[in-house]
Design a protein around this ligand. Structure first.
Ligand SMILES: NC(=O)c1ccc[n+]([C@@H]2O[C@H](COP(=O)([O-])OP(=O)(O)OC[C@H]3O[C@@H](n4cnc5c(N)ncnc54)[C@H](O)[C@@H]3O)[C@@H](O)[C@H]2O)c1
Length: 360
């Protein structure tokens, strides 16, 4: 089998996960780590991989694709340069810092035909795939309500890195909530309206540490998300799903509860509750759990990226998806700033969604 040659730009926390996944995938080769700073150089040394200070230092024709795992502000400029050079990209989330820049990137990819994939890795997880299948098979019904907990207490030292404290670049709304937005859109379709409140009471940085967010789905249904990087508790995807055991322990708790017209489903345990008789809260319910094979989503993400590069599969999480997720994040920020609901135009095929003028 042809080995697809992939470089990683940004050798920090998630860059390491990507580099290791490239090594473990079986059909990909790690060309090198591109990073001007000491962390990236140390990672390259540890992995016994070539190290480059900038993209231009990569030998010409040496890569088939690049994973962009740098700070958020660099994603769009680096992806733009790579796509212009004809090189497919896997861009870490968030795709960019604002919807406008993301839309230009989407247009460039459409115009050139050079594909992109966004690092919303959960879509590659068999747990999510099993949940999605139950929805597509019409066993769940339509979404009525959902509760998502993203309780992810980060170590104080995490915030030693400056951009993680900066408004616009850091904060759990952009860094973590965006995974929930992508998941909700993936499972249940577009989001049409948001309302939210945020606080920085615990950490006192410019960015929020906690938020309560309400999402209304275009197809009906309400989802509430409780988000914090300051509060303690096991109820978040990362610390329950066992998806990245090198970084996060897997606690026996649930993080997502979705109620449909036919069934209730929680994640990541894939409990699937239906009434033993009529749908009535006085009637007992039975749990017939769904099943997902234990596959490493980061390795599957790299396998899929290689297949996209080689033209065997089309991108599961397109740049347009990444842009639509950012548009929802922008609407949430606006709802917080203006203390009112914000309505979102549905995305069209080539243009991501954008917040609409609000109703008085
Ligand atoms: N998908 C996920 O679950 C997930 C998890 C963590 C982080 N992320 C995303 O990945 C990105 C990186 O996050 P992180 O936590 O790994 O950050 P990090 O600070 O640990 O790593 C960033 C790396 O980029 C390097 N860098 C800075 N400027 C560079 C440049 N001009 N060229 C090349 N390298 C440069 C830094 O030296 C550092 O090694 C962020 O966008 C973050 O949101 C995604």
């Amino acid at each position: 089998m042809k080995m697809t040659r992939i470089a990683v730009i940004g050798g920090g926390a998630i860059g390491r996960t990507h580099a290791e996944a490239i090594r473990a995938c079986g059909r990909t080769e790690l060309v090198g780590i591109v990073d001007p700073f000491a962390t990236g150089e140390a990672l390259a040394k540890e992995l016994d991989s070539p190290h480059f200070r900038k993209l231009e230092d990569l030998p010409s024709g040496a890569v088939d694709g690049v994973v962009i795992a740098t700070p958020n502000a660099l994603h769009v400029p680096q992806a733009t340069a790579l796509i212009e050079a004809g090189i497919p990209v896997l861009v870490e989330k968030p795709l960019g810092e604002n919807a406008e820049a993301c839309a230009e990137l989407v247009a460039l990819s459409d115009r050139t035909g050079v594909p992109g994939l966004v690092g919303h890795h959960r879509r590659h997880n068999p747990i999510i795939q099993a949940a999605k299948k139950a929805i597509l098979d019409e066993r769940f019904g339509t979404l009525v309500s959902g509760t998502i907990s993203a309780t992810l207490r980060k170590a104080d030292s995490y915030f030693d890195v400056e951009w993680r404290r900066e408004k616009g670049a850091g904060g759990p709304i952009l860094i973590n909530l965006i995974h929930e937005i992508d998941l909700v859109r993936h499972l249940f379709g577009e989001i049409s309206e948001v309302f939210a409140i945020a606080s920085n009471d615990q950490r006192g940085f410019d960015v929020e540490d906690t938020a309560a967010v309400i999402l209304k789905l275009a197809g009906g249904g309400l989802v509430t998300v409780s988000l914090t990087d300051a509060g303690v508790g096991p109820w978040c995807w990362d610390t329950t799903a066992g998806e990245n055991l090198a970084r996060f322990p897997a606690m026996p708790a649930v993080s997502h509860m979705f109620s449909g017209t036919k069934a209730g489903m929680s994640l990541p345990d894939l409990a699937f509750w239906t009434h033993a008789g009529p749908a009535d809260w006085t009637v007992p319910q039975e749990n017939h759990p769904l099943h997902g094979l234990p596959i490493d989503s980061y390795i599957e993400q790299i396998r899929h990226f290689a297949a996209v590069i080689e033209g065997e599969e089309s991108s599961r999480i397109t740049l347009a998806d990444g842009a639509a997720n950012i548009a929802v994040i922008e609407a949430i920020r606006r709802a917080i700033a203006e203390k009112r609901p914000v309505y979102i135009d549905p995305p069209t095929q080539n243009a991501p969604s954008k917040p609409k003028a609000m109703m008085e």
